[in-house]
Design a protein around this ligand. Sequence first.
Ligand SMILES: [Mg+2]
Length: 220
Amino acid sequence: MSEIKAVILDLDNTVLDRTSTFRAFAASFVDHYFAHAEHRVKLIEDIVARDLDGYKDKPALFRELLSDYEWTAKPDHEALMNYYRVHYVKHATLMDQAKNVLSYLRSKYRTALITNGMTTIQYGKIDQAGIRDDFDLIIVSEEAGVKKPDPAIFGMATKKFGLTPAQCVYVGDHPVNDIGGAANAGMQTIWLQWTQPWREEVKAKPLHTITRLAQLTNLL
Ligand SMILES: [Mg+2]
């Protein structure tokens, strides 16, 4: 096993508590558009369920809400997209101990973030959480033009660091996008078991499985 020189992390539901972030956004959305709804909690839960843990296309999500909900005054689709772009990132919530974990990792390794998503949204959350300066390198799929699990996006980080993939360990919550993708790029992996169940089609074996980000400081 090569000596580890770099630790590369996923953002959503790895460094950032994406589940709490989106739930807080959904609550603000309901309070804004359905201020007097008696079934406030039900609406919030419904939006969270429809979002599929973040894997639902957002334009499609808001189209669904427009057609399925009873609006007193129906906004247009662009207004909802705008509300999302402005307000979602404001609720960015870090995983427990994330700042400490990041500064610990950076004291020992090169550190990077590789995240799938829209550039403005991902950097919006990164800045709201105050973690932009905690990484040597940040790669967002939209600006990179390639997304996980494509090994090419992992290769961008190793190339930038001048390291071999085997000198990098990748930490993420998604079995296919994170663990399968990084393993196919030749990296070692650590799986953060959070909301995503393991997928049998992923043949890669993570070096470790953790259930909280803070456990990384015992392993690396
Ligand atoms: Mg994730």
